[in-house]
Write a new protein. Structure first.
Length: 145
């Protein structure tokens, strides 16, 4: 992208998606958006292994995963490790605000995915309310300055 600005505090991403085509599209989109994709995995177990071995700033997480771990379990584990969580799923669950900073509904455009991560950056890097993004629900809580 010619005019893409570099990410601020979110640079290293882990994509957790069980659909191979969607995973490939997300990885391609985010790399072109200026992010480093540490890994793309399809199960919670593989995600936990990556988070234990590599520094990760944010996870792009579908709730429906291969393996025995649920997406909610992965989200809670990431959140507890200080990793930003962006849910990307067909329908945002009622408890999304407890496990993620934002939820992007599927289907979504490539630009909406990049914009959703930029919204996370606004919330956690700059402590500012994010801009509206089509299909994105945010759970921003301003930190005390």
């Amino acid at each position: 992208m010619l005019f893409a600005s570099r990410p601020t505090c979110i640079k290293r991403l882990l994509i957790i998606e069980d659909d191979p085509l969607t995973a490939f599209d997300n990885e391609h989109t985010l790399k072109h958006g200026g992010y480093q994709v540490v890994a793309t995995v399809d199960s919670g177990e593989a995600a936990v292994a990556v988070m234990a071995a590599e520094p990760v700033d944010a996870v792009v997480l579908d709730l429906g995963l291969a393996g025995n771990m649920t997406g909610r379990e992965v989200a809670r584990l990431a959140r507890d490790r200080g990793i930003a969580v962006l849910l990307v799923t067909g329908q945002c669950p009622a408890d999304a605000s407890e496990i993620a900073l934002a939820c992007l509904g599927k289907p979504h455009s490539a630009s909406a995915l990049v914009a959703a991560l930029k919204a996370l950056e606004m919330m956690i890097c700059k402590n500012e309310a994010p801009r509206k993004v089509s299909g994105l629900t945010t759970f921003w809580r301003p930190e005390a300055a």
